[in-house]
Structure formats: structure tokens, C-alpha cells
Ligand binder design. Structure first.
Ligand code: SF4
Ligand code: SF4
Length: 350
């Protein structure tokens, strides 16, 4: 596929140009507290270098917090008629960092499993991804390199790498190519040399690292069901569920039906995000709760990311190392520290 080496100002103009005829999301400052993926407007500041992690990952644009699934109507004894509600509006997610690119890949896999989720997959089909490399860790919370997300490229339609006042644009798919058409960008004649210069600027080591190889972590966590680490790590937990809400690979949801008050035979089913750290998450009919205390819920969350889903999908880790859960937790509970504590406890007791 082709590659171009383009001055940053021209890339900024290109993103604005795309936004005139497409919905383009790009990380932008939102209030005092951080960045969010918001639609690009004519006045939007397109900033490639001073990246700060967004509150929510870009993949949440493919699975909104609340969405209608279908409308239904029942007539007589016939089976109810179901009319699915599918969002076919096109969008471009630009400025997606490697950890979040991998997060979207993991959500693609989870949502394609079995019968597949038509609501997610319809949005995904109509979404183009413009990713951007990280040469420095975004802050002290991330650990993307430790879980193998830093080098993730696979599902990018276009992959951008900043090098001083230029950006290398690598075209990876046909839809990516269509976004470049007509721009007359200068072709990059030596992609390997540009990449090598960028690689020389990448921080080493890149952010936080685990105390054990990633490949060993699922087995270590599986051996630590009774470890005191679980209780110790949730002493401060409020069970607020913020860690679930900001995670690029959390996808649990609840559903409810709204009856049409003017027609009792018709209505709509809607789903909303749910989260395994919330106290009611594992409560079933009759009032029994399978995970009534925070330590059991934290154990379940960590095992989903580093053991259950990691083994089911064989993707190295179902945590992308984005650091959002630790960053957003009001009491500084950090999944990276939990995993390292479990590794230390396992090695001390082996
Ligand atoms: S964000 Fe922190 S306090 Fe809230 S549920 Fe998660 S670990 Fe507990
Ligand atoms: S568990 Fe935490 S660090 Fe891992 S992907 Fe989810 S939010 Fe990011």
C-alpha cells in the first residue's frame, strides 16, 4: 500500500476537509478535566503531539451508553413483529492511539462471536479508523507496551506517525485510500528510513512493565483465587463502576422494554451499559447475588481482562493497557498494581 510524508499543517487541513462531508471524531479538550472524542468543526484545534488520553475510548462510539435495539408490535395470536433499529450513519474516528485501536479490534472479535451483534457490527462496517502512533507514554497510568498494544496496527485504515514537523501517512486499506484521493500528498520514497528515525525517538522502556512475562500472567492469576491481594486491593473501593464505564473492552449491558402507552401491543427494547463492579450486577431473580462483595467483583474484573477473555480469544491480553480505569478511579485503585501484586504474591508463595 502507498505512503505519504506530509507537513503537519497539510494533515490538519486534510482532517478539516474530511469533516466538511463526514462526521469525523478527533480527541479535543473538553472543559478543564480532559479530552474527549468529539466531532471536528471548522474551528477545532487538531493537535497531534500533545496527546492526553480521552476520558472514554473512541470505541464507545460504536456501542453508545444507551441505544434502541428494536421496535415490536404484536397482532392477535401471531408472533410479534420485530423491526431492528440499526445505525448506518458513516463516521471516521481519527487520532486513535494504538491501545484504543487494539481495543476496537478486541470489541470486533467479541461482537462477531456466535450470532454476532448486528447493532455494533453495523456501526463498525460504516466506520473508518485513522490511527496515530505514540512515541512517548501518554502519562504515568498507561502500560500499553506491557500488554502488547503499543505496536498494534492491524485494523487501522490509515496509520499516522509524527516525525518533527511532518507526518508519515501509511495507507492500509481501500477505505483508507479513498480518504487520501485527490489530496496530492507527497509520496514517501523511503518508508523504512522514516520509520527507523521515528523508532529512534520512541521511549525505552516504554511506560510501566509487569513483574512477569505477559504470557505467564493468565496462569498466575488462575492460581491466585484465594490470595489476600483481592481484599487488600478493594479496601478503598466504592463500587462506583467508573472503571467499567471507561474501559475500551468492557461491553456488558442490560436491556429494558418500554411499552407504548397508546398501544399496549407495541413498544421498544433499549440496552444500556452495565458494569461488573456495580453491586447489583450479579444479582438474580429471588435476590441472590453471586458476587456480593467488592473483592469478588474486582477478582472477576481482573480475571475477565487477564485470564478468561485472554484465553478465549488468544490475543495476549484483553486489557489494552490504556490506563483509564486507574486514571479515573477516585481512590487510585489500579489494575496494573493489582496484577503486579498477584505476581509478587504468587512468586513469594511458590
Ligand atoms: S473506579 Fe475504583 S472505586 Fe470505582 S468501582 Fe472501580 S475500583 Fe472501585
Ligand atoms: S482494564 Fe483498565 S487499563 Fe485495561 S483496557 Fe480496561 S480501562 Fe484500560
Amino acid at each position: 500500500m502507498s505512503a505519504f510524508f506530509v507537513h503537519k499543517e497539510a494533515v490538519t487541513q486534510w482532517i478539516r476537509h474530511l469533516a466538511r462531508s463526514n462526521t469525523v471524531y478527533f480527541p479535543q479538550r473538553a472543559g478543564q478535566s480532559g479530552f474527549r472524542f468529539k466531532p471536528v468543526k471548522e474551528t477545532t484545534e487538531i493537535q497531534f503531539d500533545r496527546y492526553q488520553p480521552t476520558l472514554a475510548p473512541p470505541g464507545k462510539k460504536l456501542a453508545p451508553a444507551e441505544e434502541p435495539l428494536f421496535r415490536y408490535r404484536k397482532q392477535g395470536d401471531a408472533a410479534p413483529e420485530l423491526v431492528p433499529i440499526l445505525d448506518q450513519s458513516p463516521r471516521i474516528l481519527a487520532g486513535v492511539r494504538p491501545c484504543d485501536l487494539k481495543g476496537i479490534h478486541l470489541m470486533d472479535r467479541a461482537n462477531r462471536e456466535g450470532h454476532g451483534d448486528p447493532h455494533y457490527l453495523t456501526r463498525r462496517t460504516h466506520t473508518i479508523l485513522i490511527a496515530h502512533d505514540c512515541l512517548q507514554p501518554c502519562d504515568d497510568s498507561c502500560f500499553c507496551d506491557a500488554v502488547g498494544s503499543l505496536g498494534w496496527r492491524d485494523n487501522a485504515d490509515l496509520f499516522l506517525t509524527s516525525l518533527e514537523d511532518h507526518i508519515l501517512i501509511e495507507v492500509r486499506t481501500g477505505p483508507g485510500e479513498t480518504l487520501i484521493q485527490g489530496m496530492n500528498f507527497p509520496v514517501c520514497t523511503d518508508v523504512a528510513a522514516v520509520k527507523s528515525r521515528a523508532e529512534a525517538q520512541r521511549a525505552q522502556p516504554f511506560g510501566r512493565q509487569f513483574h512477569a512475562d505477559l504470557a505467564r500472567i493468565p496462569a498466575i492469576i488462575a492460581s491466585q483465587w484465594q490470595a489476600p491481594v483481592w481484599e487488600k486491593q478493594v479496601e478503598r473501593c466504592f463500587s462506583c463502576g467508573s472503571c467499567n464505564l471507561v474501559c475500551p473492552t468492557c461491553y456488558c449491558f442490560d436491556v429494558h422494554d418500554d411499552f407504548d402507552l397508546t398501544d399496549p401491543n407495541a413498544g421498544q427494547r433499549t440496552r444500556t451499559w452495565d458494569g461488573c463492579m456495580l453491586p447489583q450486577f450479579a444479582e438474580v431473580a429471588g435476590g441472590h447475588n453471586f458476587r456480593p462483595n467488592p473483592a469478588a467483583r474486582q477478582r472477576h474484573r481482573v480475571k475477565r481482562k487477564f485470564e478468561y477473555l485472554t484465553e478465549r480469544f488468544a490475543e495476549g491480553s484483553f486489557c489494552t493497557g490504556c490506563g483509564r480505569c486507574g486514571r479515573q478511579c477516585t481512590t487510585d485503585i489500579d489494575i496494573f498494581n493489582i496484577v503486579n501484586d498477584l505476581i509478587d504474591h504468587a512468586e513469594a508463595n511458590s
